[in-house]
Design a protein around this ligand. Structure first.
Ligand code: IPT
Length: 946
């Protein structure tokens, strides 16, 4: 008895694996599994898996409770894996100091991935790029000798310490130990350098730290040469992959851009590992400040259909990782200054505020197909059907075991916009057929022939298969085509079956074993086929849009809700966790007769389709408070000559390990004194002669940064900071600013105090793997006072405590060295009662001014209602507003940093059922009006990841 029950449990796990196509739920955690691979695909316990992964950056969503939402949305969208970068800088404020708690709890992250039923591709760098500050390198690394991304001893010691901390966490979540990590990536796009020893060292370290899953690498950006680089020789990895961003990043011209970087991942000749699209474009960086909707369009469903299906059929890829699945937020000082502003929405399938888009629908159609039609995991190129029309081309692959064919049908000219018809002479496993097809514009279809679809035999279909499943003693299949296109599906029977068209217009004919169904894709047609020597089949034939309304969770197919997170079948009851954006029908196809949604019983009746139909309520509307009561005060006392800087750090170094020569002495680089992120103040004292005429400054801020200068409390002005240093480090004049000294300001023999506030927009990446960009310092680079030869004695102050964090919960990237930040003005507990009252934030004088307000929320606990902060005004160039919610720096608003006006306030940081404190730190060189500041909803559904 006991053994029987046990094996039933094991069977249930096995079924879960088979139907979900991901790792089993965490209940089965004790079971360890084996990962292997061959030239066709990855295998888990010997079973082939097509890896369909989406990239997620936990460090861009500082609310661990929401990780579950994103991961469940990945899973529901047809992904069976998540790709995770781990950001060294995010965890390490100081050499030897690492934090993996709170928003940095990657153990929790890996548990959540496993719980959601997602495999994990773990990518701990040490270098990650990702438009994150330093490309993942902590700023303190600039002061470590030895070239980054090389086997130099100094760098090696530093990164091995990082791996020594992160690897063991990843290791204990490997599938080989009952977790869900299946692949470990060494480094990131390490193709621009040739230090093979470094690649080898990373892997030895990973192995020593307990990593036993296959190690991969993502070769950068050229689909022609990727075969050779990391597949053999010292440093070679087991699973070489290639990155490709075929649409590039011109989000300002999405309508006219079509594949400037080529056609995607192409198959390699005889390689012992699967073809792996290790980072395939699924969005874009908004380098041109066009706005992320442009990026979403650039990489929209049309692009996805064409390029992704090409990778599958032309390239033969069976491992995909899409960058990004969800982009998130560059909160705090997380952004890398050259390519990113606060929002890292990326134009991804799921928006920054976690909303699903039409890109998500396309991922779902493709992902469900990859999961359901398992012969796709093992295919070889085969002769493709000839097309009667040269404008229409075909490419084909077949599974050598089952013979199942996959035929890509597309325009021969990938840019063609016309609609063309062709007749394919298709030699299918079940005989030769003349098959009429049509291609509209940039459409690309994967048609299937010779397939055992559950208990049915699909001869071929000109509709695409979204999914099929066996439930309640019958097969269900969802097929689709573009709206208005014709479709034909041929099924084989031993005798004439009974065809009942339940919905829509479908004609059928039976002859010599073939049942031929003809129809036009419009709305959703339903055809019930019984008899003919097979179990019943319910065919659901829809448009692309109709197909996207279906959700599959385990053995249950659902339509009508905005999302289905999970389905649990017990006896005759199916329990869904689902989101609804509006009131409407819910239809459940499965073996159940009773329906429960989000814990509530739902009255449901049976339909002629054999489904259950019920009605669900939508969310209640929510009201948000107006932000009209603010308190304000000016700061920047540091600018005044009498300010007490006795606790500040003396800046008197004459040499530095940072490989940049300052223009003047002493070295004033911020990192040299342990101030790595955010604004930094300098105060320099000298004895005046009265003959001084000008202060000439140089500061490096990173792109779009500025700095402001005062002399004896008199505002001198501001200038744009330096950005990209020349690669030879001889950049002669980074961020020059010449400021005239008004006559009479300085008195002979008296002390003068020069105060400079320098922004730090984040640290450059090391994309070129040569230190030239990445070790470029921040802060003052040179100071000269004309008419004076007096020595200047300097003090520097950045974030309070520097690398010894005073606020380890919010971490190293949250605050810099503004007076208010050092004094805790951003924190909820600060008493601002003595500040002046105002109704609208507006800063009228140069310098720094703060605003604070509080607001209460009481949003429904059974709804998911993302909130954003919206700025209505126009800021002048250079003005910056740091947005602090409950002490967390959730972004920078400015007129020139990016087009962003709405700032995501993620629930968790935002208390949806309590009091919240908002603080704005405004730095301006000219005076500015922020305009109306308001709270807006960025979505509203009943449900949520609870
Ligand atoms: C690729 C990087 O690997 C990734 O980290 C990210 O920076 C991405 O680019 C752009 O968002 S590099 C590729 C564009 C050459």
């Amino acid at each position: 008895m006991r053994t029987r029950r046990l094996s039933a449990a094991l069977l249930a796990i096995l079924l879960a694996v088979l139907s979900l196509g991901g790792p089993p739920a965490s209940a089965a955690r004790s079971r360890s599994h084996e990962v292997s691979y061959d030239r066709y695909s990855l295998k888990i316990d010997g079973r082939r898996v097509v890896v369909q992964a989406a990239e997620f950056h936990y460090f861009r969503l500082p609310s661990p409770a929401l990780w579950r939402d994103v991961l469940e949305k990945f899973k529901a969208g047809g992904f069976n894996a998540v790709s995770l970068y781990f950001d060294w800088a995010y965890h390490s404020p100081k050499p030897g100091v690492y934090d993996f708690t709170g928003v940095r709890d990657v153990d929790r992250l890996l548990r959540e991935a496993e719980r959601a039923g997602l495999y994990v591709i773990a990518r701990p760098g040490p270098y990650i790029n990702a438009e994150t500050t330093g490309g993942g390198f902590p700023a303190w690394l600039k002061t470590v000798e030895g070239r980054g991304r090389s086997s130099d001893p100094g760098f090696t010691a530093a990164y091995q310490d990082w791996l020594g901390h992160i690897d063991p966490i990843i290791a204990r979540h490997q599938i080989t130990r009952g977790g869900s990590v299946i692949v470990y990536q060494a480094e990131n796009e390490y193709a621009v350098n040739t230090d093979r020893q470094y690649m080898a060292d990373i892997q030895s370290k990973a192995r020593a730290d307990g990593i036993d899953v296959p190690i991969s690498h993502n070769q950068c950006c050229d689909n022609a040469s990727w075969t050779t680089d990391w597949s053999s020789g010292l440093g070679a990895v087991q699973l070489p992959g290639v990155d490709d961003y075929p649409q590039s990043f011109d989000c300002a011209n999405p309508a006219t851009t079509w594949g400037p970087w080529g056609e995607g991942v192409t198959e390699r000749a005889s390689q012992g590992s699967p073809v792996f699209a290790a980072e395939y474009q699924a969005g874009a960086i908004d380098t041109l400040n066009a706005g992320y909707e442009g990026c979403r369009e650039l990489t929209g469903p049309g692009y996805m259909r064409f390029f992704y299906k090409n990778n599958l059929i032309t390239g033969g890829a069976t491992m995909f990782s899409y960058y990004m699945g969800y982009g998130g937020t560059n909160w705090g000082w997380l952004a890398q200054p050259n390519d990113a502003y606060t929002s890292y929405d990326y134009g991804a399938a799921i928006t920054e505020t976690r909303q699903l888009t039409d890109k998500y629908d396309e991922f779902k159609r493709q992902g469900y197909f990859l999961r359901a039609v398992t012969p796709i995991a093992e295919t070889d190129p085969v002769t493709s059907p000839t097309s009667g029309n040269p404008a229409v081309t075909t490419v084909a692959r077949a599974n050598p075991g089952t013979g199942t064919q996959f035929v890509l049908v597309r325009h021969a000219d990938r840019a063609a916009g016309s609609t063309d018809a062709a007749t394919l002479a298709w030699s299918t496993p079940d005989g030769g057929y003349s098959v009429p097809v049509q291609v509209r514009g940039r459409e690309a279809k994967v048609l299937v022939a010779g397939y055992d679809l559950g208990g049915q035999r699909l001869v071929y279909s000109t509709s695409e298969i979204m999914t099929h499943l066996a439930t309640g003693g019958r097969d269900l299949a969802v097929l689709y085509g573009s709206d208005g296109s014709t479709g034909r599906t041929v099924l084989r029977y031993s005798s004439a079956p009974v065809v009942k068209v339940l919905d829509g217009a479908v004609t059928s004919a039976y002859a010599s074993g073939d049942l031929t169904l003809d129809y036009t894709h419009t709305g959703l047609a339903r055809v019930l086929i019984t008899g003919g020597g097979r179990r019943p089949l319910l065919l659901l034939l829809g448009t692309e849009a109709q197909a996207a309304t279906f959700w599959q969770a385990g053995s249950v197919l659902v339509r009508g809700t905005s999302l289905v997170r999970s389905a649990d079948v017990r006896g005759d009851t199916v329990s869904l966790r689902a989101d609804t954006a509006r009131a409407g029908d819910v239809e459940v196809f499965g073996a159940a007769r009773r329906l429960v949604v989000n814990g509530q019983k739902v009255a449901a009746t049976g339909t002629p389709s054999g489904s259950l139909l019920g009605a669900l309520p939508g969310p209640r509307p929510v009201r948000l408070p107006a932000l009209t009561r603010w308190r304000t005060t000016a700061e920047a006392p540091e600018a005044l000559p009498g300010f007490d800087d006795s606790t500040w750090t003396v800046a008197d170094h004459t040499t530095t390990a940072i490989p940049y020569a300052p223009k003047t002495q002493p070295v004033l680089f911020a990192e040299e004194y342990g101030f790595d992120y955010g604004n930094v103040w300098y105060r320099g004292r000298f004895t005046a002669t009265g003959a001084e005429t000008q202060v000439a400054l140089n500061a490096i801020t990173g792109r779009r940064g500025t700095y402001l200068a005062w002399l004896n409390g008199h505002y001198l002005g501001s200038a744009a900071g330096g950005t990209q240093a020349d690669s030879d480090t001889r950049n002669p004049d980074p961020g020059p600013g010449n400021f005239a000294i008004p006559a009479g300001l300085l008195k002979p023999g008296e002390r003068a105090v020069l105060a400079v506030l320098v922004q730090n927009m984040g640290h450059n990446d090391d994309w070129t793997a040569d230190d030239n960009r990445s070790k470029q310092p921040r802060g003052l680079f040179g100071v000269a006072v004309s008419g004076s030869s007096a020595a200047i004695s300097w003090k520097i102050q950045g974030a309070r405590g520097g690398r010894d964090l005073v606020d380890p919960v919010r971490g190293p990237l949250n605050t810099g060295g503004l007076y208010g930040e050092r004094a805790g003005w951003h924190l909820p507990g600060y008493r601002d009662g003595s500040w002046q009252e105002t109704s609208t934030p507006s800063a009228r004088t140069p310098g720094v001014r703060w605003y604070r307000t509080t607001f209460g929320l009481n949003l429904p606990g059974d709804q998911d209602t993302p909130i954003a902060l919206r700025f209505g005004g126009e800021l002048p160039v250079g003005a910056r507003v740091l947005v602090f919610l409950n002490g967390w720096n959730l972004g920078q608003y400015s007129g020139d940093l990016g087009p962003q006006r709405d700032f995501s306030l993620p629930e968790g940081v935002l208390d949806h059922q309590g009091d919240n404190t908002l603080a704005l730190a405004v730095t301006t060189a000219t005076g500015t009006a922020l305009g109306p500041v308001s709270l807006v909803t960025a979505g509203n559904v009943r449900g949520g990841a609870r």
